[in-house]
Design a protein around this ligand. Structure first.
Ligand SMILES: Cc1cc2nc3c(=O)[nH]c(=O)nc-3n(C[C@H](O)[C@H](O)[C@H](O)COP(=O)(O)OP(=O)(O)OC[C@H]3O[C@@H](n4cnc5c(N)ncnc54)[C@H](O)[C@@H]3O)c2cc1C
Length: 471
C-alpha cells in the first residue's frame, strides 16, 4: 500500500488540531545518524506532551496514509529513526513526554514516560534508593522509549538482563490510533497475549511507546572492578565461569577487550594511559556489585589467583577506588571512538552461543586473511555472547581503499555467525541498515509470522515504514 507525503495541507491540518508548538519543522538533530552514515528526511516533526496527543497524531496519519518515524534520542545505530527516501514522513519525537509518573520503591518499580532519558530514570531510581541497571554509553541522550523499542543491552545484561527484562508494562499507541493502556505493576499476568513483548524490540514498527513500568533493583553496597590480562578468549570464558561460581549473582559486567583495541587507543588517543606495561593479547574488565560484608579486593584477588593457577590470567589491576574504576570503564567506552577515528571497513554486532566464541574468533580472522592484512578489533559483552567484531584497514591504510571488499567481508562474517547458530543483529537491532540481513538469515517461519503481526497491528503500514521488515 503506497504512503502519502506529509505535505503542507496535512501539516496545517495537524497544527490546527494540536496545542501551539506541537507541530514544528524538523531540526538537524532529528535527521542525523550518530555515525554520520546517512541523513533522514522529514516533513514536520510532532512533539506531543500526552498519550492522547500521540493518539490523535497517529490516527490522523493513518487516515491520510502518512508514514511515521518514531524518534527518541536519535542514538540508534542501525538507522531505525531515520528515513532517507520515499514519501516525506512525520517524525514523532517523544522528547516532551519526559515525566517520571510514579515511583514505588517497595515494589521496586518506576513508571516513566517514553521521552525520559535513560540517565533521568537512573537518577530517579537513585533518588528512591534503588538501581535502574540499564547502562549504555549513550545514556545521557537515549530515551526509555528508544531503549525499549530496540531492546537495548549495554554492559550489565549479564546480571540484570536487557531492556525487556527490566519492563513490566507498557502504554502505547497502535497503528490506528488506539491507546493500549498496559502499564501494569504486576509481575504475574498471564491474561492473554503479551503485547508488551511484541512492542519491545519492534523498533517502532508495531506501536508508539508512550510510557513504561520499569523494574528497579536494590543497589549493591559497593562496586569493584579489575582489568585482568588473559591469553585468549577461551581463557576469558573460563574465567567468567569461575567468577560466576565464586561470586554468584554479583558479576555486573564482564567485558572482553582485544589487544588490538589497546593499540587503537594508543594510536588515536595517546593521552589515555595504557593499563599494562607489556600490552596483553586480550583482557577482561570485570565489574562486581557486592552486598555488605564482602571484601571487594579479596574477592577480586581470589578470582585472579584462581585464574593465574590455571594459566587463565596473566596479570591484573584492581581499581583502587571509584576514580580508578571510572578510568577502567573509560578505557572500554573509548574503544568505539578509537574505532571511528581509524574507520572500519565493516562492523558487525553479532552474538553467538557462548561456547562457540573461542573457536569463532580465530576462525573468522583466518578466513578474513584472504582479503589481505586487515586488522580486527573484537570486543564486547562476553557474558552475553555479544561481540563487536569490527574489521579495519592495515595500519596507514584507509577504509575507502577497501570499499570494494566491504560486502564480501560482511557476508563472510555473517555467514560464519549464522552457521554457528548466532545472530547478526545482536544488540543494536535491525533498523534500516540490516533489513537485508534479516531477510537472508531469519527463519522463514519467523519472518512470515512477523509480517502477519505487522499487518494486524499496523494495517496501513504507517509505523516506521521500511524498518525491520523490508517492503
Ligand atoms: C555511544 C553509543 C553507545 C551505545 N551503546 C549501546 C549499548 O551498549 N547497547 C545498546 O543496546 N545500544 C547502544 N547504543 C545504541 C542506542 O543508544 C540504543 O539503541 C538506544 O536504545 C536508542 O535510544 P534512542 O532514544 O536514542 O532511540 P532512537 O535512536 O531515537 O530510536 C531507535 C529506534 O527506536 C524507535 N523508537 C524510538 N523511540 C520510540 C518510541 N517511544 N516508541 C516506539 N519506537 C521508538 C525509533 O523509531 C528507532 O527505530 C549506543 C549508541 C551510541 C551512540
Amino acid at each position: 500500500m503506497g504512503l502519502n507525503a506529509a505535505n503542507p495541507d496535512f501539516t496545517a491540518f495537524l497544527t490546527a488540531k494540536l496545542p501551539e508548538g506541537t507541530i514544528r519543522q524538523a531540526e538537524p538533530r532529528h535527521l542525523a545518524d550518530p555515525r554520520g552514515r546517512w541523513t533522514g528526511q522529514a516533513g514536520p516533526v510532532a512533539l506531543p506532551r500526552s498519550v492522547e496527543e500521540v493518539a490523535l497524531i497517529v490516527g490522523a496519519c493513518a487516515s491520510a496514509s502518512v508514514g511515521i518515524v518514531p524518534w527518541g534520542g536519535g542514538t540508534g545505530l542501525v538507522g531505525g529513526q531515520l528515513l532517507a527516501n520515499g514519501p516525506l514522513p512525520l517524525v514523532l519525537s517523544l522528547e516532551r513526554m519526559n515525566r517520571i509518573r510514579e515511583t514505588y520503591p517497595e515494589e521496586n518499580m518506576i513508571v516513566a514516560e517514553a521521552g525520559c532519558t535513560l540517565q533521568h530514570v537512573q537518577q530517579a531510581a537513585e533518588g528512591a534508593g534503588r538501581l535502574f541497571p540499564l547502562t549504555l554509553a549513550s545514556q545521557g541522550t537515549c530515551t526509555i522509549g528508544g531503549n525499549l523499542a530496540t531492546n537495548a543491552g549495554g554492559v550489565n545484561v549479564i546480571r540484570y538482563g536487557n531492556a525487556r527484562a527490566l519492563c513490566l508494562g507498557i502504554e502505547a499507541v497502535l497503528g490506528d490510533g488506539t491507546i493500549w493502556r498496559g502499564l501494569t505493576r504486576l509481575r504475574k499476568d498471564n491474561a492473554g497475549y503479551d503485547l508488551r513483548d511484541l512492542m519491545i524490540g519492534a523498533e517502532g514498527t508495531l506501536g508508539i511507546i508512550t510510557a513504561a513500568a520499569l523494574v528497579l533493583h536494590p543497589k549493591p553496597a559497593r562496586n569493584a572492578a579489575a582489568l585482568i590480562a588473559v591469553p585468549d578468549p577461551a581463557a576469558a570464558l573460563t574465567l567468567l565461569s569461575i567468577a560466576q561460581a565464586q561470586l554468584p549473582g554479583m558479576v555486573s559486567a564482564f567485558e572482553l577487550i582485544s589487544g588490538v583495541a589497546l593499540d587503537f587507543l594508543a594510536e588515536t588517543m595517546p593521552d589515555i594511559r595504557q593499563p599494562f606495561a607489556a600490552p596483553p593479547p586480550w583482557l577482561v574488565l570485570v565489574d562486581l556489585g557486592l552486598p555488605d560484608g564482602l571484601d571487594a579486593e579479596q574477592a577480586l584477588i581470589r578470582l585472579y589467583e584462581t585464574g593465574a593457577e590455571k594459566g587463565l590470567a596473566l596479570d591484573a589491576l584492581l581499581a583502587q577506588g571509584e576514580a580508578q574504576r571510572a578510568q577502567f570503564w573509560a578505557l572500554r567506552e573509548n574503544i568505539p571512538t578509537a574505532n571511528r577515528r581509524i574507520g572500519a571497513v565493516s562492523s558487525h554486532d553479532i552474538s553467538l552461543p557462548l561456547s562457540e566464541i573461542p573457536a569463532f574468533i580465530p576462525a573468522a580472522e583466518k578466513a578474513l586473511a584472504q582479503f589481505g592484512p586487515l586488522r580486527i578489533n573484537c570486543f564486547g559483552h562476553l557474558g552475553d555472547g555479544n561481540l563487536h567484531f569490527n574489521v579495519f584497514p592495515p595500519k596507514g591504510g584507509h577504509k575507502d581503499d577497501h570499499a570494494g571488499q566491504r560486502d564480501a567481508v560482511k557476508r563472510l562474517v555473517h555467514d560464519m555467525v549464522a552457521a554457528l547458530g548466532g545472530s547478526v543483529a545482536a544488540e543494536h537491532g535491525v533498523g534500516r541498515f540490516k533489513t537485508g540481513d534479516i531477510a537472508r538469515y531469519a527463519d522463514p517461519g519467523k519472518l512470515a509470522a512477523m509480517r502477519a503481526v505487522k499487518a494486524a497491528l499496523d494495517p496501513m503500514g504507517i509505523l516506521n515504514p521500511g524498518a525491520v521488515l523490508a517492503p
